[in-house]
Design a protein around this ligand. Sequence first.
Ligand SMILES: *Cc1c(COP(=O)(O)O)cnc(C)c1O
Length: 379
Amino acid sequence: MLAERTRAPLEPSAAIERFLASSGLPAPYLVLDPAVVADRYAQLTRALPDAAIHYAVKACPHPEVLACLAALGSAFDVASPAEVRLALDAGAHPDRLCYGNPVRGPADVAAAHAAGVRRFVTDSAEDVRLLAAHAPGARVLVRLLVSDDGSATPFAAKFGAARDEAVALLAAVGDAGLVAEGVAFHCGSQQVRPDAFAAAAREALDVAAAAGLNRPVLDVGGGFPVAYRDPVPEIEAFAAAIRDAAPDVPLLLEPGRLLVAEAGVIRSTVLRVSRRPGVDARRWVYLDVGRYSGLAETEGEAIAYRLRVPGRTGPCEAVVLAGPTCDGDDVLYRRTPCPLPLSLAAGDAVDLLAAGAYTASYASVGFNGIPPLPVHIAR
Ligand SMILES: *Cc1c(COP(=O)(O)O)cnc(C)c1O
């Protein structure tokens, strides 16, 4: 068997490097390069030319990112009326939106329907009743619960119906006067196993067949991984696994992370480097960004960003990396290796690479008085 081709961690784009070197803007901030988003979109389009790409807005809802994708013809996966509005403002036609979050209230469904959204994902009988009442005529995909083994940030069964219930829900969708269009799944975010997609696609097609759908749409969700520190399989490996399991089926993809992570770098500043005699043999490095200013995915150390210290060289030693707030959970990495230069000092810049996904959108509005992470665009 041929070894699977992998993708190694990428360096930031030239535009981002120029911005970091010359903007003079105060840290912390996230800088984004929409040209990288466009590049990732093009690569995914080449890998699965006939699939409809619905960018998952929550990964990075910056208007420039959405406008760049809308201009390229992308569709959007939205999770709330506010995300519907963002996608429409970016130039998307409501036909191109799929409301993928099955947890919502009647006012959310009605607002999305009033804005022209006609495609929804569901996973419960309760939600099907809501759709029938507030989104008459909508096309509906039923989300199937699938394995998320291999995912760094799994959904852990929060969403999705088990097989028999999914079959029953497709029937209920039709009975409610809605259009049963197909089956959706999501194998967990930062999913590094192409087989996870293949197995889930087979199960989803089996559900569609059992429900008697004759030309089902298959929504394979997002989850496509990014090389943060370690290589991951190339997107072509995921495309091949999906097409092998589901040849000739109309496909929807909902990538989030894959399109935006490598388009962003967080520039932070060291607030303090502490020796902590009697507490830890390692230095503790406190940054001006943390769990509440965009680094939510460091919870459980699920996502390990690559770090770089511009302007410092010399021998490195492991540190514990912590955020700036008074919360004990605001420690980014205790176990994840973080070797940083022994010469590191307060006031130094530290960059977190491939940090464009699930960062700015997760920053709190002001925990401990720390404002949301500013976002700048590199051109
Ligand atoms: C978050 C989410 C996505 C995007 O997932 P990624 O792992 O970032 O690709 C896609 N679809 C749904 C329904 C989601 O909730």
